[in-house]
Write a protein that binds this ligand. Structure first.
Ligand code: ZN
Length: 299
């Protein structure tokens, strides 16, 4: 069957670019995962006032919320419309944006997540009883794992706090990373690495790798920079540069990517340089897709 006609209505003018693709990608992933090809919803991206009004009028809850679902067959499950219409999903973009900010990911990612949540409701899932909730959350996790890789390319330009690198900041940060490399304590590997982390307050935190005779207590340059910053009260970051003595670009190791993911958005620019300061510019989300993060700590 051809792509079912997903209807998307964007009532909220400041919806981030990529929101529409995120909704469509999330809807398709749910239809596929749930074996519901041929069905389709109408997804409405709206504001807090509209969702507040609907929450009050239809649910008797007098406050805004993130997502509401209105199944087409509510109360009359056997009367599903023959054209496959599943019902309406209403998402508040400003609420999605606030939740995204507090979870440290993009608004587009949050909109995709809320679409998946709303779609599962339309397909009959709910989270009132504990065992139903467990099932619904596990379906959400499986489906989001399918959706997320498709969101990364949008997320880079659609993060709530957009931050762009310019040439002078790029060379300043790479020079600082090269300079931080000079302090590396590497009697065992001889492989010096330096990092420069820019905090949201505008301060640079430098780090180098620090090895140890017992090997495993060794700390990388990136984590040294993160730990220095966090220990001084900084928990929000805009960009990272890494440099070593290699002719090749130096990328953060897996452990450092995970530590960075605790504090930095997927869209955070990461500069990976070689000894001459030549570099590539990537993002944390590209370096660590489908990361395990605080939002996965639900049971
Ligand atoms: Zn590392």
């Amino acid at each position: 069957m051809a792509d079912p006609g997903i209807q998307i209505e964007i009532e909220y003018e400041a919806a981030p670019r990529g929101a529409e693709q995120a909704v469509s990608c999330a809807v398709k992933a749910v239809l596929e995962a749930e074996g519901a090809a041929g069905r389709y919803p109408c997804v409405i991206l709206t504001d807090d006032e509209t969702i507040h009004r609907c929450n009050r009028d239809f649910r008797g809850v007098d406050r805004p919320t993130d997502v509401l679902s209105f199944p087409a067959d509510e109360g009359e499950a056997l009367l599903t419309p023959p054209d496959g219409f599943l019902g309406d999903i209403m998402i508040s973009v400003p609420t999605a944006g606030r939740q995204a900010e507090s979870l440290g990911h993009s608004t587009v990612r949050e909109i995709a997540f809320l679409t998946v949540h709303g779609m599962l409701h339309l397909l009959g899932y709910d989270h009132i009883a504990a065992e139903d909730e467990e099932l619904m959350l596990s379906r959400q996790r499986v489906i989001m794992a399918e959706v997320e890789p498709n969101l990364i390319e949008y997320a880079e330009e659609n993060c709530g706090r957009e931050f762009s690198m310019n040439e002078s900041l790029i060379s300043e940060m790479i020079n600082k990373a090269l300079e931080a490399r000079e302090k590396a304590y590497v009697p065992y590997s001889g492989f010096r690495v330096g990092a420069c982390l820019l905090s949201s307050s505008g301060k640079f935190y430098l780090g180098c790798n620090i090895e140890n005779a017992a090997y495993s207590p060794t700390n990388c340059a990136e984590r040294t920079a993160v730990f220095k910053a966090v220990s001084e009260g900084e928990t929000s970051f805009e960009a990272l540069a890494i440099a070593s003595d290699s002719d090749y670009f130096t990328y953060p190791c897996g452990v450092c990517r995970q530590v960075l993911c605790e504090f930095c958005a997927d869209s955070m620019p990461v500069l990976c340089a070689n000894k001459d300061g030549e570099h590539i510019l990537t993002t944390l989300g590209a370096l660590l897709p489908m990361a395990f993060s605080k939002e996965d700590l639900v049971k």
